[in-house]
Design a protein around this ligand. Structure first.
Ligand code: ADP
Ligand code: MG
Length: 246
């Protein structure tokens, strides 16, 4: 197994507050690694340092063996880092299929190339339709994004992030605000995608975490207090007390 992500001693301070306090963790290829912890633990601060939105106060980040600590966010994307963008990246007055088709093209660095090459255009739509057909969004392909439910928009956002074929996908609470059925569909889409890309999954929904995660890290007050497989984390007394509320 090769290592997709390695974080070593990552510190981020906001004034007197240490939001991530010497955090180290790894994500191996093909792994879904969940990061759990109470509100304010530093989960989003960690994700934002990995994607390049926040500069760490100390520590290193390696993606597939390359030091990306000082790279810009777009340079990290070019090296295979993916994330979802809380719906804001969707084009509301285009259909589900058109939005996903654009994401497939962007991966190829051929923005708005719909009109210049018939064979290439066919490939883009074939890939788009195949990806849609495997999900609950299939029957909604022709619907305008503006007419989708919140859960459907989050599904589409995920499919668009996957269409870029990242090495590592960062997910910050993908189940937030979803109903039970929509959560199930999101879990299915993530499970189907796991062979193609590794994931670092921040999530409060423990059903989703236990269904998907190969390993779980527990972050409390900026520090990792435990790492392990689901059964080990469930059985850990420190975790039960600090997070699971038992
Ligand atoms: P989580 O995602 O685990 O709920 P966050 O990473 O959002 O936690 O926040 C961790 C801590 O850092 C919190 O105490 C939060 O108030 C603080 N924090 C986060 N972002 C900032 C910021 N830009 N400026 C100051 N404090 C921040
Ligand atoms: Mg957060």
């Amino acid at each position: 197994m090769s290592r997709v992500l390695e974080i070593a001693g990552l510190v981020k301070s906001f004034g007197g507050l240490t939001a991530t306090d010497h955090v180290s963790l790894t994500v191996e290829s093909g792994e879904i690694h969940a990061l759990i912890g109470p509100n304010g633990a530093g989960k989003s601060t960690l994700i934002n340092q990995i994607c390049g939105e926040l500069a760490p106060s100390a520590g290193r980040i390696h993606l597939a063996g390359q030091d990306i600590t000082r790279l810009r966010a777009d340079e990290r994307v070019a090296l295979g880092l993916g994330r979802t963008f809380q719906i804001t990246s969707l084009l509301e007055d285009m259909t589900v299929r058109q939005n996903l088709g654009l994401a497939v093209q962007v991966r190829e660095g051929r923005n708005f190339a719909f009109f210049d090459n018939v064979a290439r255009r066919r490939e883009i739509w074939d890939e788009t339709d195949a990806a849609l057909a495997e999900t609950a969004l299939g029957p909604r392909a022709g619907v305008l994004v503006a007419d989708l439910s919140h859960g459907e928009k989050k599904q589409l956002e995920l499919l668009m992030a996957l269409a870029r074929r990242p090495r590592l996908l960062l997910l910050d609470e993908p189940m937030a605000g979803l109903g039970h059925l929509e959560s199930q569909q999101m879990i299915e889409t993530l499970a189907a995608a796991r062979t193609g890309c590794a994931m670092l999954l921040v999530e409060h929904d423990m059903e989703a975490v236990f269904a998907l995660a190969d390993r779980i890290s527990v972050l409390v007050y900026g520090r990792i207090i435990a790492v392990g497989k689901a059964d080990e984390i469930r059985a850990n007394p420190e975790v039960r007390e600090a997070y699971l509320g038992e």
